[in-house]
Every structure is written in C-alpha cells, then in structure tokens.
Design a protein around this ligand. Structure first.
Ligand SMILES: *Cc1c(COP(=O)(O)O)cnc(C)c1O
Length: 375
C-alpha cells in the first residue's frame, strides 16, 4: 500500500463500546424488544421528557446550522453553576472535550497522569497526541491521589481524574478531592471528569474553585460534565467543560465551529433543569444499585461498592459470563480491556431489567468464580 498512516496509530488501543441492541438482535436472531442493555451506563428511564419536547420543537429548523455559540444552553449552564458564560465549552459528548484537551495541551513526549482502571478514553487520547502515559496503581480500585501527585514532573501537562470513576464506581471523599484540586501544581491541567456527579448524594461543588472572585481559585482546573448519563441524552452527544477563562479560551479555539448540534443544544437546555427527571433517576438508581449489590453479597461475589449507576463485579470469568448473558439477550460489559478479566460491569437498569439480569446470571455457571472469603 502506498498510503502511510501515522505509525503510532498502529498500537493505539481501540475503545470497545457496549454492544448495540440492534446488532446483538441481528447476530442472535432475537427481537430487539427481547434484549436489555446494561452495558453503557445510560439512563434506563429514557431521556428527560422536557428534552424530547424541546427536540420536537427544534426539528423543523434543522436545515439551518446550529448556533455555534450555543447561546441559550450556555446561559442556562452558566446560571446553574454560577459561572460566566465564557467559562463554558461545549462538546460532542464530554469525550470530545477530552480530545480537545489533547489538541490544546499535549504534544509528543509530554506526560499525562492517570490512574490504573481510569476511563479508557484518557489513555487513547493521550496516545493519539503521542504523550507519555503515566499510570499510577489504584488503591482499593480507586485513585491514589498521593502517588499521582508524586508522579508530577516538569514535563507533566495533564492529569485526568474521574469522580466517581468508571469502570470501578469508586468515589473519593469530598475533603480528598478538595485537597487534590488545591494541590495539583499550576503547570498541570487537572481534568476532573464528573460524568456521574448526579448520582452522588452530597457532591463537592467543584465549580467553586473556578467561580469568578472566589478564593481559593484554580486556573488549572477543567471540570467535565455530560448529558449522557443522568439526563438520558447519550444518543445526541452533548457535554461540556467548565474552566477559568484562560483554559476555556484555548479549548474554544481548537473545537470545530458546530460541534454541538442543534437538537443537542435544545435537548440539553431543557434537560438541565428537569429536576423531576433527575430526582427520579437518582432515587431509582439508588434502589436498583442496592438491589444488585445485595444480590452479589448473597451470592458471595466480590464487587466494588459503587457511587455511580453501575457496579463492577467479580464473576470469575468475565468474558464467559458476558457471553452467557448475551445469548440470553442481556448485554453487560466485559472488563478484559481494563485488565480486569474476572469482572463484568453492569449498569443499573429499571427494576424489571435488574431482575432479568439477576435471573439470567443465576442460571449461569458461577461455580468457578472467585468468591469472597468468609472471614
Ligand atoms: C460516560 C462517560 C463520559 C461521558 O461521555 P460522553 O462523551 O459525554 O457521552 C465521560 N467520562 C466518563 C468517565 C464516562 O464514564
């Protein structure tokens, strides 16, 4: 072949998304309606109804380009967080913001610090920009902030921290997070990924550290938020970053002009303040998560207590259990890609979905699984 793609792309890890329902239906000859997907931490109760109405209203105008400044959505997000409108950068999902960080802050040889079991996209983006990835061993499946800070060097440009973390579901105490935000050296951008913030009972108001006039403030903090999880808008791809002006301005510079599409802007603005939907999602997630964890406990399966809308559980042979569940029309996520081959990650579903998952799990051979020692 005459064409030559960039050599470093050859060994770039490939992101493995949750299997789509239609694809599994085609492959197994099942009806899509018989399949449940608990693989991508989506909202099992659907999108915010207010967002659906807003999208319907926006449809007749989709022959127009979207508002490249996301004016209405920007104003709504700014108000919610008590920030200036210029502090917000929108993305085609918050994943795009992670890539924008690469464009703006990484060049070959720069270092990026992440934790073991961090969200896979951080490493993929880091390697896309030929950064050196420094992976710090996890502590009880969570982040070890002390050691992550120890690894900071003059060549460190970026540190990514998801809280709660995906795929482990761990979260740190508010005090620890506050300490981290205040301690990360000025030359390191801290990408604080709060994709699962809405599932925390008492989250830290991290935006306080970038709020105008508020002290102590941080110029190197970038908070990432998404509408894909609690707001139920994963399919239309919209997320945002919050930062002080210097960071927001460089990210604005590297984004494409219409990266937040018109339907997404309309839906997100409506979903943002749909407190009823967010509240219901929160409560039902707590119930469903408790149900799953209680069952894992009953089965003596080792799991990581979760602060998100999913649970990481040791089933012995994650791939085999994933395959077995898939054949029954239950899609979960195998964790081999995260070097956790004994585990699956299951998203909290509706009550009916959770029971279906449990029923099918019980029919599978869990005998070979690593069980919790009875101490
Ligand atoms: C789901 C998730 C996101 C959100 O991605 P979008 O591109 O906004 O859909 C970001 N970070 C983490 C850790 C996630 O699990």
């Amino acid at each position: 072949m005459k064409l030559r793609a960039n050599q470093y792309l050859c060994d770039l890890p490939v992101y493995q998304p949750g299997r789509p329902i239609d694809e599994v239906a085609r492959e197994l000859g099942l009806k899509a309606a018989e399949i449940i997907k608990l693989a991508s931490n989506e909202n099992p109760h659907g999108p915010s109804p207010l967002a659906v109405e807003a999208m319907k209203r926006a449809v007749p105008d989709v022959h127009r380009y979207p508002d490249g400044s996301s004016f209405d959505l920007r104003r709504a997000v700014a108000k919610m967080h008590g920030l200036d409108a210029a502090q917000i950068v929108f993305g085609n999902g918050s994943n795009e913001l992670i890539e924008l960080v690469g464009h703006a802050f990484l060049k070959p040889g720069d270092e990026m610090i992440i934790s073991q079991y961090a969200f896979a996209i951080y490493e993929i983006v880091g390697r896309l920009f030929q950064a050196k990835i420094v992976e710090v061993p996890a502590k009880n499946y969570g982040h070890n902030f002390e050691r992550m800070l120890d690894m900071v060097k003059p060549s460190t440009r970026v540190m990514f921290v998801a809280n709660p973390n995906n795929p482990t579901g761990t979260a740190c105490r508010r005090e620890e997070l506050r300490e981290l935000i205040l301690t990360v050296p000025d030359h390191v951008l801290l990408g604080l990924d709060e994709a699962y913030q809405d599932f925390l009972a008492e989250p830290l108001d991290s935006a306080a550290f970038i709020r105008p006039g508020q002290k102590p403030g941080r110029d190197n903090l970038l908070i990432l938020r998404t509408f894909s999880k609690a707001h139920g808008l994963a399919g239309i791809r919209i997320g945002y970053g919050l930062a002080r002006l210097q960071v927001a301005e460089v990210l604005e510079r590297v984004r494409q002009p219409f990266n937040a599409n018109a339907l997404a802007q309309a839906a997100a603005a409506a979903a943002l303040n749909d407190n009823a939907h967010i509240r219901k999602t929160f409560i039902q997630n707590q119930e469903g998560r408790a149900r799953l964890e209680a069952e894992f406990r009953r089965l003596a399966l080792d799991f990581v207590p979760s602060f998100g809308n999913f649970v990481l559980v040791n089933v012995g042979d994650g791939q085999a259990i994933f395959d077995g569940l898939l054949r029954k029309g239950v899609i979960v996520r195998p964790m081999g890609g995260y070097k956790l081959p004994a585990f699956i990650r299951v998203s909290v579903g509706t009550g009916v979905e959770n029971e279906r998952f449990i029923t099918e799990l019980l029919k599978l051979n869990l005998s070979s699984t690593h069980k919790k020692k009875n101490t």
